[in-house]
Design a protein around this ligand. Structure first.
Ligand code: ATP
Ligand code: MG
Length: 392
């Protein structure tokens, strides 16, 4: 197989001494994301990662699509590998680009000569290869400023590589390079976007979801699983914790003032999430909250929620408005699932007049009205864990 993928990493290139640690994590993530597609060799050399399929019938387009969603990759291209002789390069370029060059108007050639022993200079290589392509494809004109296609030839240690289409990568840092965190995921628009944003910073994200059967249905849970599957396009796989939350909600409703209901419930969620995080080596929580969006997301309300948390709570959407969040949600393909109208445990018990300026002292007092600890323990014992993969 002479076609392969060339991958350029992004921010990793800026790392100093531990650059190779980051690169090795990226390589592991690359391997894992395409492991079911067939055998490949993955090598790094001269700040490029090469993914070389072993078999001729390898589905390189599928690999390309998947790797576009691997964080830590700035750009990637399919390329043809050939011998380092001008004749071979010209012959292969004419043939390899025959499904592209007849359909565009302008082009230019760029040469990168990492192997300085190659007998032509880069400008010579560009000029001569440009000449060959012009003589074969009469529709083409050279445009150096703004060409439809840039034909790139890279002369490297192992061979020459020809490619013409550079795809943008997902950017960010490789997952696993920044530790682990637990995403509180609802079925809504915001939390999947929050998870995506933190995963992009290199965090390995697990998810936790609270259900309240019979008030919430199996289909509502299924919807959240679908959201996790979609996030797996970016995250590879997700550990998904499902928490039975009905009894806690019922006791809050029975014992606490209605106007404080949502906040107390959110504090209970945080307590459980903290336990799961700590017991599984995660160092932070993630939520989809954004200042002012709903009553439980005023500064005062967030302070009351944070008061139970003894680890960082990341809220990457905190300063975004809904339209900005929706743009990302569409990009990661969670939007259409998120807007399906299923109930969430947060919405089935919503108070008519939630407090927007809650006093922590009132909340603490309300929480004292009932011994929630045994119920928290029971909920934690009842947690169901599933490993979610992308649905292919
Ligand atoms: P989303 O669009 O993510 O549902 P939202 O704007 O609807 O957010 P809320 O319903 O108040 O806001 O929830 C705020 C945050 O609390 C969510 O972003 C999510 O992180 C968490 N959350 C809400 N419901 C649940 C649930 N059932 N299980 C786990 N986390 C939840
Ligand atoms: Mg919600």
């Amino acid at each position: 197989m002479r076609e392969l993928l060339l991958i350029k990493d992004g921010e990793i290139a800026l790392k100093g001494l531990n650059k190779s640690t980051f690169e090795n994590i990226l390589i592991k993530n690359i391997r894992r994301r395409i492991e079911d597609l067939g055998k490949v060799t993955v090598q790094k050399a001269q700040s490029t990662i090469y993914v070389k399929p072993a078999a001729d019938d390898y589905d390189i387009d599928e690999a390309l699509e998947r790797l576009k969603k691997v964080f830590g990759i700035a750009a990637l291209s399919k390329a043809r590998m050939t011998e380092k002789s001008f004749e071979k390069i010209a012959e292969e370029a004419v043939e390899y680009l025959s499904d592209l060059l007849p359909f565009v108007h302008t082009f230019k050639v760029e040469a990168k000569r990492a192997d300085k022993t190659f007998p032509m200079t880069s400008p010579e290589l560009c000029a001569q290869l440009g000449g060959v392509l012009l003589s074969r494809y009469h529709n083409l004109k050279v445009n150096v400023q703004n060409p439809d296609v840039v034909v790139t030839v890279e002369i490297r240690d192992f061979g020459a590589y020809i490619h013409a289409k550079k795809h943008e990568g997902a950017g960010g840092m490789p997952i696993g390079s920044s530790g682990k965190a637990l995403l509180l995921i609802s079925g809504g628009i915001d939390s999947p976007v929050a998870g995506y944003m933190m995963a992009k910073r290199g965090i390995e994200v697990s998810a936790i979801h609270f259900i309240s059967p019979p008030y919430t249905s199996d289909r509502a849970l299924q919807k959240v699983e679908t959201l996790c599957e979609k996030m797996c396009d970016y995250m590879g796989r997700i550990q998904f914790y499902i928490v039975p939350f009905t009894e806690i909600q019922e006791e809050i409703r029975r014992n606490c003032p209605e106007e404080l209901f949502t906040l107390i419930m959110r504090r209970m969620m945080m307590r459980i999430a903290l336990r799961v995080a700590k017991e599984n080596g995660m160092q932070a929580l993630i939520t989809g909250e954004s200042v002012g969006q709903v009553a439980s997301q005023t500064i005062g309300a967030l302070a009351c929620t944070d008061a139970v948390c003894d680890m960082p709570v990341f809220r990457p959407l905190i300063g975004m408005d809904k339209n900005e969040i929706i743009v990302v949600s569409r990009k990661i393909d969670t939007f259409e699932t998120s807007i399906q109208p299923y109930e969430d445990c947060c919405t089935v018990f919503t108070p008519k007049h939630p407090k927007t300026k809650p006093q922590l002292s009132q909340i603490l007092e309300a929480e004292m009205s009932y011994d929630f600890d045994p119920l928290l323990e029971k909920a934690i014992t009842g947690i169901q864990l599933k490993t979610i993969y992308a649905n292919r």
